[in-house]
Design a protein around this ligand. Structure first.
Ligand code: FMN
Ligand code: SF4
Length: 417
């Protein structure tokens, strides 16, 4: 059976997360020391060549994003680093594990990123409900200032960087990077039109690097151990590990750090197998804004590119497992209810579309309806939403919907015997 490979979580449960001394004794802030001895552009190249991809969902190259941010608007007086610690995707709690068990790990990655893009001010935007993460991060920031890892002349390098913590207030949409920047500026959490991207015009109109907590934790390890070491784990185009959070019909739901490229079957086995030996039916990969897969996908490599090629998503690494008796329609209704609730209402296709999709999904249980026609209409409507909505939230319902229809059309249309 596959074993966990704890590269990011190597300290989890082993050190006191409130002790900076424990972290430094375990090798902490060595990556930062190395980074500060390098030119910013060399740090970016290291991350680029390591092949690190953003763990917030989209899997975009972290080095490329840093390069764009560091090269845009050279006359701007400031560039910012914003840590996305809002973690609102259903079924996802991997950032919480890092923040609660080893907060300096992502703090160190944040300071490294700031040096790479020559930023002197950063923000950590943490989900307001994550009380423990907030407290641990606060303590970590406080101690990092005391030890000279934050503030003026960090580790005697001449580099200055300040970091502030901001709290989210329960909106899923505020995890979307441009909405987060609005919220950081003290405005209502509704999205901005993209482009411009944050790298060009982010918070307070300045170039801004937005990275996920797990991405920054990876950056720490890469600087500490080097790109060749990092590339030994995972696949060629998706190097490194991923913290998967698996829930639903498995015996040991929880978080597991595994090399990218692991199969769903291996992950389920590691999570103790199917609960009470029930038959596997489906998994929802990547949360509500993710895709359903059936048993034909159990042995596929879970890497960014392979899943994309197969019409699935890795997303945040959430895996929700369904067994034989579970209803696909009910799970779909849950996803659509979530989107309706979280839609900010700024644009009509999403405001009306999310409400209508939920009504239609509930009608899938209505025996008097022509369900095949209804499902076809739902897919058409979600396609229209994807084409016309202002932000990615309105572009998301098509993902679970289309994939559910792809694998479970007969069940959804009541055509199964
Ligand atoms: C509706 C919505 C919610 C999102 N929520 C999160 C989140 O909670 N955490 C996160 O890191 N990224 C979230 N994202 C993705 C961010 O917009 C952004 O791509 C990410 O923070 C970039 O970081 P990365 O390059 O390190 O992955 C969300 C995107 C959308 C559309
Ligand atoms: S797509 Fe939805 S969440 Fe995004 S701006 Fe439009 S209404 Fe708001």
């Amino acid at each position: 059976m596959i074993k966990e490979e704890r590269i990011l979580l190597k300290n989890a449960g082993k050190i006191n997360p409130l002790s900076i001394n424990d972290y430094t004794k375990a090798g902490g802030y060595r990556g930062l020391k190395k980074a500060l001895a390098m030119e910013p552009v060399e740090v970016i190249d290291e991350l680029l060549e390591a092949g690190l991809r953003g763990r917030g969902g989209a899997g975009f190259s972290t080095g490329m994003k840093q390069r764009f941010t560091s090269e845009s608007c050279l006359r701007c007086p400031q560039r910012y680093v914003v840590v996305n610690a809002d973690e609102g995707e259903p079924g996802t709690y991997k950032d919480r594990i890092i923040m609660e068990q080893d907060p300096h790990l992502y703090l160190e990655g944040t300071i490294i990123a700031a040096h790479a893009i020559r930023s002197s001010q950063g923000y950590i935007y943490i989900r307001g409900e994550y009380q423990d993460s907030i407290e641990k991060t606060r303590k970590a920031v406080e101690d990092a200032y005391k030890k000279g890892f934050l503030g003026k002349n960090i580790m005697g390098s001449g580099f200055d960087f300040d970091l502030e913590i901001k709290l989210g207030a329960g909106s899923y949409l505020c995890g979307e990077e441009l909405t987060m920047l609005e919220s950081l500026e003290g405005k209502r959490g509704t999205p901005r039109i993209k482009p411009p991207f944050p790298a060009e015009k982010g918070v307070f109109g300045m170039p801004t690097l937005v990275n996920n907590v797990e991405t920054l934790a990876n950056a720490t390890r890469i600087l500490e151990k080097g790109k060749q070491w990092y590339r030994q784990t995972g696949t060629d185009t998706s190097p490194g590990t991923k913290i998967f959070t698996i829930s639903g019909q498995v015996n040991k739901a929880g978080y597991y750090e595994l090399p990218l490229g692991v199969s769903l079957r291996e992950l389920i086995e590691l999570a103790g197998g199917m609960r009470n030996g029930k038959p596997f039916k489906a998994a929802l990969l990547g949360g509500a804004a993710g895709t359903f897969v059936d048993s034909s996908m159990l042995d596929e490599e879970m890497s960014y590119d392979n899943l994309k090629k197969k019409g699935a998503t890795l997303g945040s690494g959430a895996v929700i497992v369904l067994a034989g008796e579970d209803s696909i329609a009910r799970t779909l209704i849950n996803c659509l209810r979530f989107f309706k609730h979280e839609s900010c209402g700024k644009c009509i296709p999403c405001r009306v579309g999310t409400a209508q999709l939920l009504i239609s999904a509930r009608q899938l249980n209505d025996t008097a309806r022509d369900k095949k026609k209804l499902l076809g209409e739902m897919i058409r409507d979600s396609g229209l939403m994807a084409a016309t909505s202002l932000c990615p939230l309105g572009q998301s319902p098509i993902l679970p919907l289309k994939s559910a229809a792809r694998y479970f059309e007969d069940e959804l249309c009541g055509l199964e015997n």
